[in-house]
Design a protein around this ligand. Structure first.
Ligand SMILES: Cc1cc2nc3c(=O)[nH]c(=O)nc-3n(C[C@H](O)[C@H](O)[C@H](O)COP(=O)(O)OP(=O)(O)OC[C@H]3O[C@@H](n4cnc5c(N)ncnc54)[C@H](O)[C@@H]3O)c2cc1C
Length: 404
């Protein structure tokens, strides 16, 4: 009998296990994969992820992992003019001065190892159902890679099992809205020209309101890809792979790829955007990370929010344990705290996503930002997780900054 059974050992599950351990909770961490495993992603770790890793005292190890240190971000608009932001240059002294791009095969394995040091772990175990006592979830069942069926019991199940979460499907909370789910295609390349210490997000005609990204991934490698809203991708004449090739071969990018080589076939995966206040709890369970649909709708980042949900979940598990009550009513505090913490920035990003449908606005804002120190400061503050969340939900903040 565990205090918590965590299904999924990505950033949400592994950080939940680490935070639970800090609170003296006894956890079992299950994952269907054997680590190290790949995860389709842009691999970028910006402000929020970095802050949490610092809080967990893990930041110093990141420099040693294979990947790239990021000091600058470039936003390109459909007219192909660019705005460059320096993460470590601002009016205020930045707490977080740089980000990272670390292939998830390496980053997730690192975090999983840290979680394994402080939690019971079973990898290669595919959870296929929840175990109920009346309406209360009391455990999970599934199969190991050798085909052996097993059941595990705990006070609570934390579903950190990604966008196709079995915990959310079996509990009836699975929620996928085509207008708020994106699909991303990733491909590792080597020898792309002009890779330095910057990540690039290009809002090109083929992808808006999504973008084409070029992220250096260390050792002359780059993680490149396209992300499109699912509802838009369905309407396109071409599939995602064709769209990616179209952008790479377009006149603005083909010179960068002239000596490059793709290291794999492009691979796709879903990004569930956090746009609405949805229910992520029930009797005896919580949903975390992508299973709770917490990806930022504008930037496509989900690692930081996944880790944050792991931290919030651990606090709630401890509270529930103290009163020995894991009911829907007690666990509803999880959604309340999660939304207090993430709600305003998710609402802001949803608004920005809506605006990014309009070429004219993207051209205007990115042009203006390239020439305005205040806007640059605001965007890098948002990316560094330093602009207070209350400001993010105030439209006056944007109007003042944009027209200052
Ligand atoms: C193309 C693309 C690009 C992205 N780029 C970025 C980026 O640059 N930066 C960023 O911050 N975010 C990015 N994201 C989002 C980010 O990848 C996710 O938000 C993040 O991985 C969420 O973490 P998680 O722990 O919730 O889920 P995951 O990382 O998906 O982990 C879920 C884990 O659950 C396990 N699992 C699943 N089902 C079961 C089961 N039935 N039984 C047992 N285990 C199970 C899986 O094996 C996996 O290890 C991107 C996403 C995509 C698709």
């Amino acid at each position: 009998m565990y205090d918590a059974i965590i299904v999924g050992a990505g950033p949400a599950g592994s950080s939940a296990a680490i935070y639970c351990n800090k609170l003296g909770l006894n956890t079992l961490l299950l994952d269907k994969s054997i680590f190290p495993r790949d995860k389709i992603c842009g691999d970028a770790l910006s402000g929020k992820s970095v802050k949490i890793l610092e809080e967990l005292d893990l930041l110093q190890d990141l420099d040693k992992l294979d990947g790239a240190i990021i000091n600058r971000i470039i936003f390109g608009n459909p007219n192909h003019s660019e705005c460059e932001l320096h993460l470590n240059k601002s009016l205020n002294k930045r707490h977080i001065s740089h980000g990272f791009v670390i292939p998830r095969k390496i980053f997730d394995n690192y975090l999983f190892k840290k979680a394994s040091d402080v939690s019971n772990v079973v990898s290669g175990f595919n959870v296929d159902d929840l175990i109920y006592d009346k309406s209360q979830v009391i455990g999970v069942k599934g199969k190991s890679t050798t085909g052996e069926s097993k059941k595990y019991f705990g006070n609570i199940v934390l579903g950190a099992d990604g966008p196709y979460s079995i915990v959310s499907r079996k509990s009836g909370l699975y929620n996928s809205d085509m207008n708020y789910t994106a699909v991303g295609l990733r491909c590792y390349y080597e020898d792309i020209e002009d890779l330095t210490d910057q990540i690039e997000l290009h809002y090109v005609n083929e992808t808006i309101p999504g973008y084409f990204w070029i992220f250096p991934a260390g050792n002359k490698k780059a993680n490149i890809g396209v992300g499109l809203l699912k509802s838009r991708a369905k309407k396109k004449k071409y599939n995602l792979q064709q769209i990616l090739m179209q952008v790479i071969n377009s006149k603005n990018f083909k010179h960068r790829f002239k000596n490059s080589k793709a290291l794999e076939k492009p691979k796709g995966w879903n990004l569930p955007f956090g746009n609405t206040k949805r229910g992520n709890h029930g009797n005896g369970f919580l949903l975390l990370g992508d299973a709770a649909g917490l990806v930022d709708p504008f930037t496509g980042e989900g690692i930081g929010n996944a880790m944050e949900s792991g931290k919030i979940a651990a606090d709630i598990v401890l509270k529930a344990k103290k009163i020995n009550n894991f009911s829907n009513q007690i666990l509803s505090e999880y959604d309340k705290v999660l939304w207090e913490y993430l709600g305003s920035e998710l609402k802001t990003s949803t608004l920005l996503l809506k605006l990014a449908h309009y070429r004219i606005l993207l051209n205007f804002v990115i042009d203006r930002a390239s020439r305005n120190k205040n806007i640059k400061n605001m965007i890098s503050g948002m990316l560094a997780d330093e602009v207070p969340k209350t400001e993010l939900s105030n439209p006056m903040f944007y109007l003042k900054t944009l027209f200052s």
